[in-house]
Structure formats: C-alpha cells, structure tokens
Design a binder for this molecule. Structure first.
Ligand code: G3I
Length: 304
C-alpha cells in the first residue's frame, strides 16, 4: 500500500525525489569492498551499476565510496597472507578493478576512508599492519593511474572543525601533497547531532587551510541526528545546523560539494547505529520536506 496521494511506490518516490532535488549522489553501501568484491576473483557490479546508470539518466554526478577502509571487508581478505608484497597486490588489484570498471563515470572517489583514529594516530587496520603507513600513498597512486580524471579524496569523520583529529588529518594530507601524491581533496563527513556540531567559523578555517594546500573540500556524509523525542524545537535547531554548515561551505571557494548521507528518514543509518537518536535527514519518513529542507533551499536561493 502506498502512502503517496499519487499512488507511487516507495522506490518510485525515492528515485523521483532524489533526481528532482539533487545533482550529485553518493553510493552509500554497494561500492564498499565486501559488497562489490565478495570473493577474490569475482566482483558483483549489478547494484552499483544500476545506481551509476540511474545517475547518468538523471544528469547526476557520482561520488564513489570507498576503496580502502577497515570496515566492510569480506572474510577472504583477512585470510590472505599478511605480507607487504601480497597485501599491496590485493589492495591494488581491488582499486584498479573497481576504479577501472567505473572509469569516466565517477567524479570523485573516497580512496582512503577513516585512516586516522579518534586519538589522531594512524588507525590500526589490516592495511597498516600488513603494508605499513605508505598503504595510503600507494592507494592514491593506484587510483590515479587507473582513472587520471577522477578527483581523489581522503574522507573522515570528526575532523570538520578544530581539534587534534582535524589536525592529524591535515598533517597526513599535507604530507601526501608535499610528496606529490595525487590527492585532490578532503571529505568532511559531518555526521553531527543537534547538540554536538562543529563551530562553523572553525569549519571555514579548516576548509581554508586545505585551500592553501591547493585542495578541494567536500561535505560528504552530512546528517544531523536528533535525540528522541523529536520535537518542533529540535527540528528547528536541526534546520539551523544544516544551514550553518551549508553557509560555511558556500563561503569558501574550495568547498565544492555538499552531500547528505541519504535524504529521507525512511532510509538512514542513524536509528540502527546511534541508540536514542533519529530523524537526521531533510525529508521525513513519508518523504515530506522538513524545516531543514526549507532552510537549505532558502540558503541556496539567497546566493548568487
Ligand atoms: O546489504 C545487506 C543486505 O543484503 C543484508 O540483508 C543486511 C542484513 O544485515 O545487511 C545489508 O548490509 C548492511 C548495509 O549497511 C546496507 O544496509 C550492512 O549489514 C551494514 O553493516 C551496513 O552499514 C553501513 C555502515 O556504514 C557499514 O558499512 C551503513 O548502512 C552506512 O550508513 C555506514 O556508512 C558509514 C560510511 O560508509 C563511512 N562514514 C560513516 C558512515 C556511517 O556509519
């Protein structure tokens, strides 16, 4: 049974609103290592291909997410020989095949995701343990050789404003840049809540220091979770947080994309992963625009 007055199905509503409201989409799950490369010699392209074809049909650009991460790895990767030489081969084989499959169709890749831990150190991942810290550099070079036209990003959470994690990400990226590694941008995920979000002035300052390195910034995964119960006041606060971050992005020339982690509360990671929180997106569960939607639209309309 459809809840839509026009009788559209859930999938129809989802795809129609997505194409009507956005010109860039990110592939939330199906390009991650485990779903796309479930066994060593087989890739599963179907779902990701369908999304890329949908984007093409609707003149939308695509962000690819993500090539090298410590989560969402298939079991077979953990069973491989943990030697530098072999794991470089595994990582490069994956990158070359996935980036190659979508060559020319992906505007930006999150090449390495969340490689810095919450203390600002390189995260202890299988890639770090088996290859060493230069796995990051090797990953970027490999992606660049495969699709020289795709913008290549380092993507992380908790480094949007000021703080030791933000500084650690900056140092990592500055170092890569200084050594001529082909990295073009930094993804600021922006998973925040109505009561815990970065100071927009510090977000701007952070974006500006990446501009000085010649790097682009994308807001890559924004949502603003609300602590239950959701009230009108909290929805208004949520609208304000979205607006402040969009204004921050629009105020610096190197912030070139503003991407949400989904658009409807009907499909969001928040209820399952953030106990006690809900309602982080700009459309509600019935695909009705929330105050945050109108705040973003007003902000965009007020800019030349
Ligand atoms: O697709 C399978 C489905 O076939 C299966 O029946 C079902 C049963 O559990 O699982 C489905 O996969 C789930 C997938 O989300 C799609 O819904 C995985 O189990 C689940 O682990 C996965 O969680 C995702 C999580 O990353 C881990 O990959 C979340 O949806 C996704 O929102 C979240 O996204 C991350 C970004 O990639 C990186 N930044 C943080 C962000 C939020 O945690």
């Amino acid at each position: 049974m459809s809840f839509d007055p026009l009788g559209r199905s859930d999938a129809e509503l989802y795809t129609q609103i997505l194409a009507r409201e956005f010109n860039l989409l990110t592939v939330e799950h199906v390009m991650k290592f485990a779903p796309i490369h479930p066994v060593p010699d087989r890739y599963r392209w179907q779902e990701a291909d369908e999304i890329v074809a949908y984007a093409e049909r609707n003149n939308m650009q695509v962000r690819g997410h993500t090539l090298v991460w410590h989560i969402e790895l298939p079991d077979w990767v953990y069973k491989e020989e943990c030697s530098r030489e072999h794991m470089i081969q595994v990582m490069q084989g994956h990158i070359q095949t996935v980036v190659g499959h979508y060559r020319g169709k992906i505007m930006a890749w999150d090449v390495v995701n969340e490689a810095i831990d919450d203390n600002g150190r390189l995260r202890e991942t299988i890639w770090l343990q088996c290859i060493g810290p230069d796995y990051i550099e090797i990953a970027f070079r490999s992606a660049n050789e495969t699709d020289p036209n795709a913008l290549l990003f380092y993507n992380d959470y908790g480094g949007e404003g000021a703080g030791h994690k933000s500084d650690a990400i900056y140092s990592l990226v500055k170092n890569l840049r200084g050594r001529g590694v082909p990295i073009h941008g930094v993804g600021l995920q922006m998973h925040v809540t109505v009561s815990d979000y970065p100071n927009p002035k510090l977000v701007i300052k952070n974006m500006q220091r990446y501009a000085e390195l010649g790097l682009v910034v994308h807001i890559t995964e924004m949502d603003v979770a609300i602590d239950i119960p959701v009230t009108q006041d909290k929805l208004a606060k949520q609208a304000s947080v979205y607006q402040q971050m969009l204004e921050a992005c629009l105020s610096v020339s190197n912030c070139q994309a503003f991407v949400l982690w989904g658009f409807t509360d009907r499909q969001s990671w928040i209820p399952a992963y953030m106990k006690g929180y809900d309602s982080g997106l700009i459309f509600d569960r019935d695909y009705k625009p929330k105050p945050a939607y109108h705040a973003l639209l007003d902000t965009l309309a007020s800019k030349p």
